[in-house]
Design a protein around this ligand. Sequence first.
Ligand code: ZN
Length: 299
Amino acid sequence: MGLVNDRHEVVEKAEGLTCCGEGPAAVIDRMGRMARELLHKAGNPPISCAGLGCPGVLDREAGVVIYSNNIRWQQVYVCRELKEQLKVPVYVENDANCAAMGEYLAGAGRGSRQMIMVTFGTGIGGGIIFDGRLYLGSHGNANIIGHTLIEKGGRECTCKRKGCWECYASTRALLLSAEKAGVFNGMDEPELNGRLFFEVLKAGQEAALRVFDEYTDYVAEGIADLINIFDPERIVIGGGVSAQGERFLGPVREKVKQKIYFKEMETAQIVCSVLANDAAIIGAANLSAQKYGQNDLSF
Ligand SMILES: [Zn+2]
């Protein structure tokens, strides 16, 4: 949670567990309390609105989380409830869209008009900025970029389809491939994570190099598709891999270049996100501007 000023800076922050097992009422109550404490800490400045990033199916107009698998919410009037506590308009948007919005306004997407954010994590999330606004599609679901098909009949996906991009190019997929290839053999690390993989890769282990080569190939296939369809100015990469900077971006850029349709023409810049968790906070704080089309690039 964060307090954001009109220069898109997070001026105060707080963090807590969602504790979704306690049910929506308790979660919303805690969010309201945390927000009031945060404001108090900042000297109670006047605020114009509040925004909330949430995964799942949303009714943005009514401010309802219709269904969210991750936090097990169904038909929760979260904006109405929070508005009662905070006394300002409250908006809700998909969390990945909020992150895209934040990077667009204040991070790695600044200055571009067409931008796609791709976040590599357990799955692959994303957000599309089209002409300076979030592109939501006709039914609000236009950011499901992790579930485009890359191998028909391939690995089984959480969405019940087989062969989705995120089954090959998410960080989770990278770690599964690494484990299978024996990259972590003989290590007694309690937790296998991306950071550990990149350490082994840096040391030049052959299995890791092979896995990484295949992985960046899958990443590049998906990004090339996005470029072919949307021709954005910028692709912003989020998630743990973005901490690797050029080590990750270098090979991905090279491979994307080979795979896109218009090879000889100028194409999207591929860059890493810079705001980490602040991106979604800044994006959420600007949802009223998104709703009313007031995103001003002169900020
Ligand atoms: Zn899928």
